[in-house]
Every structure is written in C-alpha cells, then in structure tokens.
Design a protein. Sequence first.
Length: 141
Amino acid sequence: MAKLKITSPAGMLGLLFLIAGVVGAVFQFIYFYLKAFQFTFYGDPWDLIFFIISIAAMAFLGLLFLISLFGSPKALWIIFAFLGLACVIVPPIIVVIQTGTFVYIEMGWYTLIPMDFIGFWLAAGGSLLALIFGIFTPSKY
C-alpha cells in the first residue's frame, strides 16, 4: 500500500497545516466543553451536540497526526482530513440554518468569544489545507 512521503515539501506543509487543524480543534473543544458543562444546569441541547462533534473533529485530526508520524496511506490521510473538516464545519452550518447568519465572519463574535473564533478558523483552514496538500503529496511505493 502506498504511504505518504512526509519528506516532500507538500507533505511537510500538509503536516504543518494538520498541526494547525489539531490546535484549532482543541480550542473549539475547550469552548464547547465549557458550554456543555453549563448544559447540565441550563442550556440548549445543540451545545451538547456541538460538544460531541468537536470531540469527533479533535479525534479525527489528532489520530491522523499520530498516524502520519509513522507513515500513513494516502487514502487514509484524505479520508481523515475530510472527516475532520466535516466535523469542524457542521456546527456553523447548523447555526446558519437556525439563525441565518454565519457568525465566524463577524468581528463581534471574535470580541465576544475569541477562543471559538480562532479555533474555528485554525481547524477549518488547517484541515482543508492538510486535505489539499495530502492530495498532492507524492506516495512512495
């Protein structure tokens, strides 16, 4: 099975952006963890759903990072990066459906909750660019 050649420039950039995606997923996890902790007393059930989705995003991206250190198959890299990206993007899509606004392009959201804002952009951008660089990374046979 073909494994990714992390020594290539595209592989190094993919790994760098994957690390950014993992850090962003952790930031979002911390934010949603605090919201889910408050859910036990009061709150919206969506907070708990977003918390579970943030765990999935962190797990997909973190597991991909650990697997890529030992050499991962190219298909596995692409699948896990896509699943991580999907888990990062699902909560904002649900919020857009409910409210009609995309909160991550408003600077008011950044001043209100900077950890979630920075975490989203790091996780979404990092996993998207890791997916793109994973596609263009040469495989060794």
